[in-house]
Design a protein around this ligand. Sequence first.
Ligand code: F6R
Length: 242
Amino acid sequence: MNIYTFKDEEGFVQTAANQITSLLNANPYAKLGLATGSTPVGLYNKLIEMHRQGLVSFANATTYNLDEYVGLPKDHAESYRTFMNEKLFNHIDINKEQTHIPNGNAEDLEDECRSYDRMLEQNGPIDIQLLGIGHNGHIAFNEPAESLTSGTHITTLQAKTREANARFFPSIDDVPTHAITMGVGSIMKARQIMMLIRGEDKAEIAKRALTGPVSTDCPASLLQCHPNVIVLLDQGAGRYFK
Ligand code: F6R
């Protein structure tokens, strides 16, 4: 694992963006695994800026998102499809047909999970998988548990996760209770993983995930077993890594 901490926001987002743009400039057909949430927003803004400056094209890239809420209409303000369109896809030259997000409204959700895995299997591996981390150590929506699921599956969001995400909804009751998420097995198949962690409130979980025991109680700790992981921490999250 290569762990870097950054004092300034600019260095943090520029380093993250460079990982993606250098990959795309070397291989315009790269497969990007993308995440939602607050953490990658600065990175997405930087990618948009670099695209506008002519420094990167996404025209031939394919993207696969980690997860989607179950039951929110696709065009709901807080669906992950809306998030990705608004925060990134609408502002770059990507072909939207090449952007994949699990369908949380599929009539047969189990079938949707199987199709997503089939697609990842046929088109993969993902070249770079972007990840955030939950306060409870989740990656994508793989919540801490006695055992974890390898493939794409339906998950029940833990209270802590729903509370954390309530900031985007009118009230906690509006936060969906379930999501479709890529499993840890699919995430671990990516050629490279880039985890971004920001904020003092993530300092403890960052320490636990990156230096504590590898355990399904902290799904992000499994990344310690992946051969090619880069972790970028901002100053707050990187308190234990100076
Ligand atoms: C989002 C995702 C989640 C988030 C995590 C952190 O697609 O899979 O695991 O990365 O919940 O969220 P933020 O960045 O909002 O703190």
